[in-house]
Design a protein around this ligand. Structure first.
Ligand code: MLT
Length: 261
């Protein structure tokens, strides 16, 4: 199994991810939010890369079964129902809803992977379940860290390193790692004793704490708090077992092209 880690989506384009198996990581906070939303019964997540697309895709179902979530500078976007804090995506708020998600880095990275053969979303909260899914697929994977404005983000790299570590512990797998995957593994070994401390001290963690989201850091540092594996099905992200069903309609009738902005 070849594992290629990319520390920023800027290092890889849509065509390089086409027909690949892809894991997108945005620990702070889009991946953690998606995992929370699906765990709490959201019907699906539709990642988009601009506010304009979010408005276009939500159309006239907005506010009923369709919610808009996301952030700019970490804060809820005007006219949206939800921000990008996993704590907002409670069962009461999201059960049965389609959520159009627009975030600065995370949803953009997911849109970039929209032509992947298999695309899943990882964070510390669902990491062992994602690793099991990778073992099941037993094929090469690209791990794309959402990073921060095309730059390296420590928390995503450490999460990628934890995936590498868990895969390398599996006797059934023979891994071939690119240099970034080796580096991510080294970073994981450096920081694994106190992930919360790492998250609190990284650039985006400090920023989020500064704008009042310190509690999110604790939530996002939890390892294996849920077993949800999100999976791209067409242009929507669903819980894996639903995504694998042969026909997966969605009330918006979106296609990959519809969100290709
Ligand atoms: C992003 O996509 O950049 C984020 O998830 C930012 C955040 O809300 O913390």
């Amino acid at each position: 199994m070849k594992i290629d880690v990319y520390f920023s989506p800027a290092q890889v384009d849509e065509m390089q991810l086409r027909e690949k198996n892809v894991v997108v990581i945005d620990v702070l906070r889009a991946s953690s939010t998606i995992v929370a939303a699906l765990h709490n019964g959201a019907r699906e997540i539709i990642p988009v890369s601009s506010v304009e697309s979010a408005v276009k895709v939500s159309g006239n179902l907005f506010g009923d079964v369709v919610l808009r979530g996301g952030e700019r500078n970490g804060k809820m976007i005007d006219g949206f129902n939800l921000g990008n804090s996993p704590s907002e995506y409670t069962e009461e708020a999201v059960k049965g809803k389609s959520i159009i998600l627009c975030t600065t880095n995370g949803s953009v990275a997911m849109v970039r992977a929209r032509y992947a053969k298999n695309m899943t979303v990882a964070c510390f909260n669902n990491i062992s379940s994602v690793v099991e899914f990778m073992e099941e697929i037993n094929d090469d994977f690209s791990i794309v860290c959402a990073g921060q404005q095309s730059l390296f983000a420590l928390e995503d790299a450490v999460c990628a390193g934890m995936i590498v570590k868990q895969l390398s512990d599996k006797d059934s797998l023979m891994l071939e790692l690119n240099d970034a995957a080796v580096t991510a593994h080294v970073l994981y070994k450096t920081y694994n004793k106190n992930l919360l401390k790492m998250i609190k001290s990284c650039d985006h963690g400090r920023y989020l704490a500064g704008i009042g989201f310190e509690d999110d850091l604790k939530l996002c540092a939890e390892i294996d708090s849920v077993a949800t594996v999100p999976m791209l099905a067409g242009s929507v992200i669903k819980v894996k077992k639903e995504a694998m069903r042969p026909s997966v309609g969605n009330p918006l009738g979106t296609t990959a092209e519809a969100v290709a902005d």
